[in-house]
Ligand binder design. Structure first.
Ligand SMILES: [Zn+2]
Length: 376
């Protein structure tokens, strides 16, 4: 007897190369069976989802969910319920100075999973609003390798890497030094760094050679300034070399870091992102970010294959943080974290961060989110 059976949906699980109509049986919060037809009599509860897409619970690699503890945080559980994200990876909202509050008040009691890249800056992103922005690394005294390592070691289950925001507004002229410090802390923890780029310094050409296999470049598809394209539209060689080394190319849409034009140019040159993340925060909730399915919809309308979009929001981010045994797939025995999505057809307006409007004919939205077998 299954506790819950998800019936008649089209299952897309890139980790197992599955893309077909199947049923999922869930018992005690785990995936107990994934097969063609599970009779309704074998279930205590059945959800018919014909015409919908059933995928692993979405894993958003770049979010800000330290609600209440930082000014940019959004409520993860509420957002997860409507977007299908069952794992939020916070990208440096908190630093060593306030991580324990994040762990105790947000991560632990949350009904969705939250993991974090710890900011190399001790206070994390401490001043972020419509009217007030002060970068967390403008004073380099705020960056401490020792404190970051101590906190990373204290919370090995929650902290998956080190975040550094290297751009003029966030780190002034200290961007490159900050990356070196983040790298040192990450090395001691044996975890990757996620680097944000923005208005230089530093330039993306300076940043990329510092990244190693497993490190993440976020805001990769941003527009001018600091885009990853040369004037002639060709991809900068540093980016190709980085991908060859195993550097992860992440989106991190946010409110200032995604350009349709750049995305079109990169996709045309067969250079899709490895991971599609929203960089959702308080200022993006009302657009142009909205949520992860909106960012996914943009890629769908730009011509990326649905299976690759699902891969970039489930299996790949799980691998990037080394948690593929916990999430990002629907293998038997794994936690039943599931998103049921639908692709609606019509005329939908989408906006990038430069104000460009794109009319799309498809929109991905979440109809049901399931965490540990429980409907959110
Ligand atoms: Zn961010």
């Amino acid at each position: 007897m299954f506790d819950l059976v998800i019936k008649s949906g089209k299952v897309i699980d890139p980790s197992q190369n599955i893309h077909e109509k199947m049923d999922i049986g869930i018992t005690q919060g785990k995936i107990a069976s994934l097969r063609e037809n599970i009779p309704a009599e074998e279930a205590r509860e059945v959800r018919e989802v014909a015409g919908k897409i059933v995928v692993p619970g979405l894993v958003d690699l770049h979010t800000h969910v330290y609600w209440g503890g930082t000014s940019l945080g959004v409520g993860a559980e509420e957002l997860g319920k409507r977007s299908g994200v069952t794992t939020f990876i916070d990208a440096g909202s908190s630093g060593a100075g306030n991580f324990s509050g994040f762990q105790k008040h947000i991560i632990k009691p949350s009904g969705v999973q939250i993991l974090a890249f710890l900011n190399i800056s001790y206070p994390g992103i401490f001043c972020f609003s419509q009217n007030l922005m002060v970068g967390e690394l403008l004073d380099l005294n705020l960056a401490s390798v020792e404190e970051a390592v101590k906190t990373g070691q204290a919370y090995p289950q929650s902290i998956v890497g080190i975040k550094v925001r290297a751009s003029m507004p966030t780190s002034g002229t200290h961007g490159m030094t900050s990356i070196h410090l983040a790298r040192q802390a990450a090395k001691e923890l044996g975890k990757p760094i996620m680097v944000h780029i923005g208005v230089p310094p530093p330039t993306v050409e300076e940043v990329l050679p510092l990244l190693r296999e497993g490190d993440i470049l976020t805001h990769s598809f941003r527009g001018i300034p600091n885009q990853v394209l040369q004037n002639n539209g060709q991809i900068i060689p540093e980016l190709r070399e980085a991908r060859q080394r195993g550097v992860i190319i992440d989106i991190g849409h946010g409110i200032g870091s995604f350009s349709f034009k750049v995305a079109r140019t990169l996709l045309k040159q067969n250079f899709p992102p490895d991971t599609i993340s929203s960089d959702i925060h308080i200022l993006g909730l009302q657009g142009p970010t909205y949520d992860l399915p909106t960012t996914m919809s943009k890629f769908l309308n730009l011509g990326m294959d649905i299976e690759e979009i699902i891969r970039a929001t489930t299996w790949t981010p799980a691998q990037v943080i080394g948690r593929e045994k916990e999430m990002g797939n629907l293998k038997q025995g794994r936690r039943a974290d599931i998103a049921i999505l639908e692709i609606r057809e019509g005329k939908f307006k989408f906006y990038d961060c430069l104000g460009e409007e794109m009319i799309g004919e498809k929109r991905i939205s979440c109809v049901l989110a399931i965490k540990d077998g429980r409907i959110l």
